[in-house]
Design a protein around this ligand. Structure first.
Ligand code: FAD
Length: 204
């Protein structure tokens, strides 16, 4: 799908200046465009975009939940390759395992998915995971890798009441700049794609 586009990997965006045209400064060059579509977390753009006061105010309000994934070599896991622990799908069970996934049948490598709260560090979550796994008779043989993700961008209820989303939508197209991504719709892939198609239909 991307074959028809000029996709560039490993670009460090240092600066974006929006005047008559849009100048994007990377680690190697300055590129010039007539339109800008920001598809990264909008709060990340505070580091490189010549933000207006409205953009700065709105982007600074964005919050996230902490989503952790752990890839672990396991022993004595249940036979099924995908498992859910619905009793952990509650806010008072933050830091507990919600589900797991075994991608390759020939190795005992399992991905575990955990939504944590802001106070929980990696070692706190690992301790809780060991307890959860004990309950199903499984043990961790080796930790392969772990990652923390910024998940579910959102704003406080009071910001919703103060028309955060309406104000963000009203910025679409201002300074030849557009925004896409999960914040504008909902935190799953299909919603991101749906919003992107809709934005292109409305403005291009
Ligand atoms: C652990 C986990 C599991 C999930 N599982 C599912 C699932 O099963 N199904 C589902 O539908 N959704 C799932 N989601 C949600 C889904 O991944 C997101 O909703 C979706 O990827 C958001 O798309 P996006 O384009 O807004 O952001 P992203 O996919 O995060 O894309 C943003 C991009 O911006 C780039 N970027 C950030 N900062 C900069 C910068 N300064 N300069 C240049 N580029 C930058 C990032 O590298 C990234 O590639 C999951 C999310 C997580 C965290």
């Amino acid at each position: 799908m991307a074959e028809q586009f000029d996709v560039r990997y490993q670009q460090q965006i240092n600066n974006i200046k929006r005047n008559e045209t849009i100048q994007v400064e990377t680690q190697t060059e300055v590129l010039e465009f007539d339109k800008l579509i920001l598809a990264c977390p909008l709060d990340n753009s505070l580091n490189f975009l010549d933000t207006t006061l409205d953009e700065e105010e709105l982007f600074s309000k964005i919050k996230y939940n902490k989503y952790w994934t752990f890839a672990l070599i396991m022993e004595n896991m249940p036979k099924r390759s995908i498992g859910y622990l619905p009793s952990n799908f509650y806010s008072d069970k933050q830091g507990h395992i919600m589900c797991w996934y075994r991608r390759y049948p020939d190795i005992n490598l399992y991905d575990f998915y955990v939504i944590a709260n802001d106070r929980q560090e990696e070692q706190d979550i690992e301790k809780i995971m060991v307890e959860d796994l004990n309950k199903i008779g499984a043990t961790i043989k080796e930790k392969y890798v772990s990652a923390e993700w910024k998940y579910f961008p959102h704003v406080d209820i009071v910001d919703i009441e103060n028309k955060f989303y309406e104000r963000l939508e009203n910025l679409q197209g201002i300074k030849n700049t557009y925004f896409v991504g999960e914040l504008l719709n909902f935190s799953y892939i299909e919603a991101v794609i749906e919003y992107s198609y809709d934005l292109v239909k409305r403005f291009f």
